[in-house]
Design a protein around this ligand. Sequence first.
Ligand SMILES: *Cc1c(COP(=O)(O)O)cnc(C)c1O
Length: 221
Amino acid sequence: MGNISENFVEIKESIPAGVSLIAISKTKSNEEIMEVYHCGHRLFGESKAQELVPKHEELPRDIEWHMVGHLQSNKVKYIAPFVSMIHSVDSAKLLKTINKEGKKNHRVIDCLLQMHIAEEETKFGLDYEELSGLLASEEFKKMENVRIRGLMCMATYTDDTEQVSREFRQLVKYFEQAKSVFFPQDEMFSIKSMGMSDDYEIAIQEGSNMVRVGSKIFGTR
Ligand SMILES: *Cc1c(COP(=O)(O)O)cnc(C)c1O
């Protein structure tokens, strides 16, 4: 356990200013999370609502919690009162639910659209046509309790670094395209959430400004 803060500091120092680091603490204990908290870090992420809720209740209130995992619409209500950002919006239905729960909680919830860029079939996410359909819809234009801050993706899990680079470049392309078409004047649309323990360095090279690192900080799960 003693290595967690060292791992954290090493990664934090290697990341350029301007790239946010989200410490992904799924399956990890409150004690392990507090090791990173005591380094001054406040951005943490979880992938399951049922794990996020008790951690939010038990841990310091100044932690900003990011939801990064696949989210079912019926779980949104549990995290809507406090979540800082939802990275994994992959359908109009989910966004609509987040908007509804945001309204109930009198807040605007920051969201990222998760894009499917991996060449493997299994990952969640939208293609560009689906993104475009969603953002152009009348329904979206009426949503006042969500704010789209950018895009998120997960690359294929592979040793082929050229493939991983290519996938991240695709996300950047989608980002630039979505920005010019749907958010030309909106400075809040600015986030490219890409890169995990095994590929965050490649992601940063390709233009990521938010990385989600778990096992390289907390150890394997
Ligand atoms: C678990 C997870 C991460 C962190 O993964 P590591 O490989 O442990 O760094 C990042 N993003 C998402 C969506 C995850 O589910």
